[in-house]
Design a protein around this ligand. Sequence first.
Ligand code: V0D
Length: 259
Amino acid sequence: MFAFLNKKDPVETTELKLDPKRIPAHVAIIMDGNGRWAKARHLPRVAGHKEGMNTVKKVTIAASNLGVKVLTLYAFSTENWKRPTDEVNYLMQLPVNFFETFVPDLIKNNVRVSVMGYTDKLPASTQKAVKDAIADTKDCDGMVLNFALNYGSRAEMVTGIQKIARQVAAGELAVDEIDDQTVDEALMTAPLAPYHDPDLLIRTSGEERLSNFLLWQIAYSELEFTDVKWPDFTATTLQACIAAFQSRDRRFGGLSAKK
Ligand code: V0D
């Protein structure tokens, strides 16, 4: 089923039958393969990032039209600083470019921008673009487009544990009161409630690993891996991933589907 998901060349099929009542509320994507896409075309890596940003725009509108509530995109990890300076500098310009070219479309589609990660470590111009995108879309109440920027799941958990420990030390919280919800509320996905946990996690470009992304939050997520490189990902690829998601029986540890 959905064999074309694993083809090098994504086939544009017209319609995939999706159950509109079982669209995953929160879809998270590890957008991998931009460099590989560029290399295959004898282009510099940054050409792949540029094309990848155009894919972000198309997939955002497609997800919003399908009724997704939260789309989380892994744009820059805490490890990506190890890349060549020129590439990092180019990446840091993308939110600026994105803001300049795409905010009107986001507003038209009622999409609100949100960001999670250690954004205070980003260049001032990047921080400003992110802040402006958040401010300009703050009244949109359709889908949330949530960028993970300078994000790492272990760092997020360390910060969350420190927050909880501080509440305990201040006498605001008893150790025995700490539960799943305490942790949910201490993580960077807390503002996405009730959709803080992804229902579906997609990773493009063939690698099957999590790379320090949302480790707590994906406890019960369905995982989809596709060989399609992020710049080649389309609305149809997204539909195929959601069709695969709908073909699965989610049990949440029990014996029958919860919903
Ligand atoms: C490059 C492919 C949009 C993956 C997508 C700073 C890597 C394009 C943003 C963006 C990146 C982030 C926040 C925001 C508005 C736009 C972005 C980065 C990389 C890293 F408020 N695409 N994009 N940010 N790429």
